[in-house]
Design a protein around this ligand. Sequence first.
Ligand SMILES: *Cc1c(COP(=O)(O)O)cnc(C)c1O
Length: 231
Amino acid sequence: MADIEGNVRRVLEAAAEAAMRSGRQPEDVTVLAATKMNGPEEIGRAISAGIRAVGENRVQELLEKQQMGSYRDARVDFIGTLQKNKVRQIVGRVALIQSAGSREVLEEISRRSAAAGLRQDVLLEINIGREPQKAGFLPEESDEAAAMCSEMPGVRLCGLMTIPPKTDDPAEYFARMQKLFVDLQQKKYDNSNIRFLSMGMSADFAAAIRAGANIVRIGTGIFGPRASAPT
Ligand SMILES: *Cc1c(COP(=O)(O)O)cnc(C)c1O
């Protein structure tokens, strides 16, 4: 069984060090536990060990665990590929939808949350490696998507998220994301509060933090290997 407590301690320490090395404080960086395929007991152990935010990939799994109280008082984000027909089920139930990856999904989020009298915080998912099989906006579409969000009554754009291509050295992708993020912040879109850059996973979170990430999403580095990996 994984040493979840030890893993959380090591990840939090490494994240804090990377934050300090890039001129920020440890509390400026959120270490989010990617909890897919882990149950209430594992999630509870991670939270007891100091995790304050979790991310789930599948709507059904999120709703079930939420109903069971698995997340306790941790903040819950949605980080998986989001289908339009599932939007209704999570709007207003998560702090942040990190994976808004198309105009259609954004429109549906806005429609459903405005109808509920809410404004849902979202990140734009960016397909920074331009991988054909991957969800998300292309980097050059981020301005248009941000402008679109600023016109939507049920959405508040809060930043960017990415899953870079599998490579030994994602630094170049992280740097490109940081540039996009800073550009977006400077444009001061209406109704937005662009403050989150979510990138970096178990294998590369320290490099991501050094490149400006302030949310890192850690699965195996906390919970150990998964039986199989859903996307
Ligand atoms: C599973 C997952 C992670 C965590 O991946 P690890 O390599 O296990 O740390 C991060 N982000 C997303 C979107 C994921 O689905």
